[in-house]
Design a protein around this ligand. Structure first.
Ligand code: PSU
Ligand code: MN
Length: 303
């Protein structure tokens, strides 16, 4: 038994009974969306998962524990985000030892989900290879985690704050399957297409579950990406978004923003520059991913 792991009783019972559970990250709350929209989102996304017949498990680091499932007060704390750090793999032991509050990224949420026995995780967008990474070497730890940790991540692809082509090359090198949910196009978060393709298109959530089972039953470690495009009605114009993203990236370079601060800086700037319009799309695509992940978890639990 991992002494740092603290799983809510409802989630532990579901896991013990082989019932579907869907993990959710907390960096999207603490560092990806403003308060109080993040709190409203955090509650609603859990409710959607329940409506699909699965149990939600929002993950965070609090009071020296790896928390799987948050109560109302803890969720509020993550959304207010006062003194809450952004915790990727390297930060975990420090936050545990110091009992500091930490929001988990995709990498850390996968890591903790795997420890708890959760196989499916819904997010908005994953981290990846940043533009200019050939000189900065800025590659999100999310990609290494996908290579090693056995959790399927449902995401709306990646934002074009990243170099999408290099991100896909890196995932290929790391042996991570990139599967499109009812699409051949790898989506670009706010937009349904990025100009790049997925490795394989899936026709259903059941098919995703069968791929997961095949991978893990034969002893292969590592995750996979289920790329789920934003619903048409919430998609944004790609020329418009690329212009906004270019500007945000330019400002980050001019202001010398580096390291783990880059992604939160760009996300906040994009919300400002679009006058909040991108936030509405972000919320809707994350809801859509939560529904998809729940259906995959339900299908997986029946195999
Ligand atoms: N991309 C988004 N929204 C997010 C993130 C990325 O569109 O909220 C967050 C996720 O938690 C992701 C993290 O795991 O940023 C990646 O940060 P970095 O690039 O520093 O690894
Ligand atoms: Mn980075």
């Amino acid at each position: 038994m991992n002494p740092y792991l603290s799983v809510l009783p409802e989630i532990q019972s579901a896991l013990d009974a082989g019932k579907p559970v869907v993990a959710l990250e907390s960096t999207i709350l603490s560092h990806g969306m403003p308060y109080p929209q993040n709190l409203e989102f955090g509650r609603k996304v859990e409710q959607l998962i329940r409506e699909e017949g699965a149990v939600p498990a929002t993950i965070a680091i609090l009071d020296g524990k790896l928390k799987v499932g948050l109560n109302e007060e803890e969720l509020e704390r993550m959304c207010r985000a006062e003194g809450v750090g952004k915790v990727s793999r390297r930060d975990v032991p420090v936050y545990l030892a110091a009992k500091k509050p930490g929001a988990t990224t995709v990498a850390t949420t996968m890591l903790i989900a795997e420890m708890a026995g959760i196989r499916v995780f819904a997010t908005g967008g994953i981290g990846g290879v940043h533009r200019g990474a050939e000189t900065t070497m800025d590659i999100s730890a999310d990609l290494q985690e996908l290579a090693h940790t056995s959790v399927a991540v449902v995401s709306a692809g990646v934002k074009s704050i990243l170099d999408i082509g290099l991100t896909l090359e890196y995932l290929e090198t790391m042996g991570v399957p990139v599967l499109g949910m009812r699409t051949n196009d790898f989506p670009a978060f706010y937009c349904r297409k990025s100009g790049f393709s997925v490795d394989y298109a899936l026709n259903s959530e059941e098919e995703a579950a069968r791929v997961m089972k095949a991978k893990w039953d034969c002893g292969m470690k590592g995750g996979m990406i289920i790329a789920n495009p934003i619903p048409e009605e919430y998609a944004m114009d790609s020329d418009y978004m690329n212009g906004i993203i270019e500007q945000a990236v330019r400002e980050s370079v001019e202001q010398g923003i580096k390291g783990k601060k880059i992604t939160p800086f760009l996300l906040a700037r994009i919300v400002e520059l679009t006058g909040g319009e991108s936030l509405a799309s972000n919320i809707q695509l994350a809801f859509h991913n939560a529904r998809c992940a729940s259906r995959i978890a339900v299908a997986y639990s029946k195999l």
